[in-house]
Design a protein around this ligand. Structure first.
Ligand SMILES: NC(=O)c1ccc[n+]([C@@H]2O[C@H](COP(=O)([O-])OP(=O)(O)OC[C@H]3O[C@@H](n4cnc5c(N)ncnc54)[C@H](O)[C@@H]3O)[C@@H](O)[C@H]2O)c1
Length: 445
């Protein structure tokens, strides 16, 4: 992994006098760390129904409410009741002084209303106001400083505080260090919500991670294990030694498997059935690039990328759905997509097609997994500091890591923390979503 030297230098005031802006050092999660390291400010506009639930969650986590003059570590606005432009104006009145005081690595989190377009009785002003919060949050993400983030949770009326809790904790905590400018929908849970232990939210769960021998997959294996999961680490036989090390360090099992093989789903499911009798979390992380301009693309490059990045995910998901009883009661599937699949990237028509395909897949499969009490979501990483990005030419790498609101690349653990959030039984209200872990990259929607 390459080192971000400019960020280190920018901590020095002499260097900053040369015009180099300070690149923030992000607060990241470590076991035992409090949810927030300073008080939180909670407000509501237009009869928000969740502010009390938010206060209860903060109190349970030992976070006090911020007094007038204090710098809050988090500002939470319950705008689920906002219907009118007057409500929106009240939101601005609450947010402006609060944002001015937001602490370094602070969290601005808005709980927004659902627009409900489709129905005949749609109130145009209410729909406009619901959408307005997206523009507000995305702009605020670009304004807040010193490693702070801004995100919007759109909460359906049938999603209560218990359905929201794991998502609130993720977005408030240091686990979401590299997630900003995101809009996540929290709906009615697909099954019963088990509250779980916030310190070990994956305790007792069986988690498969493909491409676990190195990079982001390795970080996912370690992070899920840290949070209590038993790991089944999958990678190609050629990566066998590295895979064995990951399995040993996480106390899990290694499965040497090329996930593009015709019998890969059957072999994986057989391993799960024999060793564990079920599976609770499946992380489709294995991925490859074979870059070439479309004008020069050959079928081999195209097919290799589509086979690993998309076809294997479709095949394993089909096998899971076809199996009568292997999926645990609260199974969670996570497909790793990419910012390339959203914004496109020169030389990556094959890769971007595969990664956009992952997004289409999770949207299509969400209702089918919901019938089994399961969720399926996609995570789209942006520029992440890995062996892959370390190989980029210096100028491309520097451009890649600076064009986001946090002005730095993410770490593999940032993607892993997002997987850990979606992998919890308690995250039953989040499905069919795409969450970017990209520091609010300037590229794409
Ligand atoms: N690094 C980034 O900046 C970035 C950005 C966006 C998305 N991603 C995505 O994140 C995921 C992980 O990326 P990474 O940077 O850690 O990549 P990496 O190349 O370091 O690791 C990928 C792993 O997948 C394994 N793999 C490849 N083909 C396989 C197959 N057929 N069967 C089983 N395992 C296979 C590899 O052996 C390797 O261990 C990929 O899906 C990638 O597309 C990465």
């Amino acid at each position: 992994m390459s080192h971000d030297t400019l960020r280190d230098l920018s901590q020095n005031s002499l260097v900053r006098r040369l015009g180099v802006p300070r690149i923030p050092v992000l607060r990241r999660y470590a076991p035992g760390q409090p949810l927030l390291d300073a008080p939180a400010l909670v407000g509501a506009v237009g009869n928000g129904r969740l502010a009390d639930g938010v206060r209860a969650l903060l109190a349970e986590a030992g976070v006090p409410e911020a007094a007038e003059a204090e710098k809050p570590a988090a500002v939470v606005l319950d705008a689920t009741g906002a219907r009118t432009l007057d409500d929106l104006a009240a939101a601005q009145q609450f947010l402006t002084p609060a944002v001015r005081r937001l602490a370094p690595s602070g969290r601005l989190l808005i709980l927004g209303p659902v627009a409900d377009p489709g129905s005949e009785s749609t109130d145009a002003e209410a729909a406009a106001v619901a959408q307005a919060f997206e523009g507000l949050v995305r702009s605020a993400g670009k304004e807040v400083r010193a490693g702070a983030t801004a995100n919007l949770l759109v909460v359906a009326p049938d999603a209560g505080p218990e359905a929201l809790a794991s998502t609130l904790r993720f977005f408030l905590s240091a686990r979401s260090a590299f997630v900003s400018g995101q809009v996540v929908r929290v709906g009615a849970p697909v099954g019963p919500v088990e509250p779980g232990d916030p310190a070990r939210p994956l305790a007792g769960r069986i988690a498969v991670v493909t491409g676990a021998a190195r990079g982001i997959g390795e970080a996912i294996a370690h992070t899920l294990h840290r949070d209590g999961a038993t790991i089944v680490a999958v990678d190609v036989p050629a990566a066998g030694d590295a895979l064995a090390r990951v399995a040993n360090r996480t106390g899990g099992t290694a499965v040497q498997l090329d996930i593009t093989a015709a019998n890969a789903p059957a072999r994986l499911l057989a391993h799960l059935r024999e060793r564990h009798g079920r599976v609770d979390v499946v992380v489709h992380n294995a991925g490859i690039t074979r870059d070439k301009l479309l004008a020069n693309m050959d079928a081999d490059r195209w097919n290799a990328v589509l086979a690993v990045n998309l076809r294997s995910q479709l095949a394993i998901n089909d096998a899971l759905l076809a199996d009568a009883d292997l999926l645990g009661d609260s199974a969670r599937i996570v497909g790793i997509s990419s910012m390339s699949g959203i914004a496109g990237n020169r030389g990556q028509t094959n890769y971007a097609a595969s990664k956009a395909g992952v997004i289409g897949m999770v949207r299509a499969l969400a209702p089918r997994f919901a019938e089994r009490g399961a969720t399926i979501n996609a995570i789209a990483p942006g520029f992440i500091e890995t062996a892959m990005t370390a190989k980029m030419p210096l100028a491309t790498r520097e451009a890649g890591r600076r064009v986001n609101s946090l002005r730095q690349g993410g770490l593999p653990v940032d993607v892993a923390e997002a997987v850990g959030w979606l992998g919890q039984a308690a995250s039953a209200g989040v499905t069919g979503q795409v969450v970017r872990v990209d520091g609010q990259n300037m590229l794409g929607a």
